[in-house]
Design a protein around this ligand. Structure first.
Ligand SMILES: Cc1cc2nc3c(=O)[nH]c(=O)nc-3n(C[C@H](O)[C@H](O)[C@H](O)COP(=O)(O)O)c2cc1C
Length: 177
């Protein structure tokens, strides 16, 4: 079984980020889960949403060693759907029956695939992911970014994609950026 999975969240499936991850997923031969197809509601202190798609999705993700988080940069941050997904990991910290899921996340490796209209992925965007991974005990494997300032131009990202795909395949954490 493939040990990597991608979770994707953008305001459109076939936009810049969708095309970018489809290319990478094809190279890695992995599945892409579109969060917009899931019913995942925002974090709730009362956990009244415990029956939505979040826990089944997490259980699915836990069977993989490497998880690729895929989102465009929207206002120096992840897309709203991705932020909701990340917020919901707080369920593992405060619902006793779910703590085991949180523990099982430790030692997974996470990557970021992102697009924006800047030459590089925004630092605060990347740091919010890296800090979250660190808090959850997840290794950070690195990121790849596509600058879509002039539209989606795959030729411009060939080298970066090939390096990223290699690092996911080889799990080389020493060069994670
Ligand atoms: C709501 C919104 C906010 C955005 N904020 C940023 C930003 O802060 N920095 C940036 O470089 N690009 C920003 N962009 C541009 C997108 O990151 C870029 O066009 C991206 O490739 C869109 O991916 P998509 O087609 O999957 O939505 C923003 C776009 C939108 C729609």
């Amino acid at each position: 079984m493939n040990e990597t999975i991608a979770i994707f969240a953008s305001a459109r499936r076939n936009g810049n980020t969708g095309k970018f991850i489809d290319w990478i997923a094809n190279e890695l031969n992995i599945n892409v889960i579109d969060l917009s197809e899931k019913n995942i509601s925002p974090y709730d202190y009362e956990h009244r949403n415990v029956g939505d798609d979040f826990i089944p999705l997490m259980n699915q993700l836990l069977s993989y060693k490497k998880i690729i988080f895929v989102t465009p940069v929207y206002w120096y941050a992840a897309s709203a759907q991705m932020k909701i997904f990340i917020d919901r990991t707080s369920d593992f910290l405060d619902v006793e029956e779910l703590k085991d899921i949180g523990r099982r996340l430790r030692n997974k490796t996470a990557y970021i695939v992102c697009t924006s209209i800047s030459s590089e992925a925004d630092r605060s965007f990347l740091n919010s992911f890296k800090d979250t991974f660190e808090y959850l005990g997840i290794n950070y494997g690195g990121h790849v970014h596509a600058n879509c300032e002039n539209g989606y131009s795959p030729n411009e990202y060939k080298k970066d994609v090939s390096k990223f795909v290699q690092s996911v395949k080889c799990l080389d954490l020493s060069t994670a950026v």
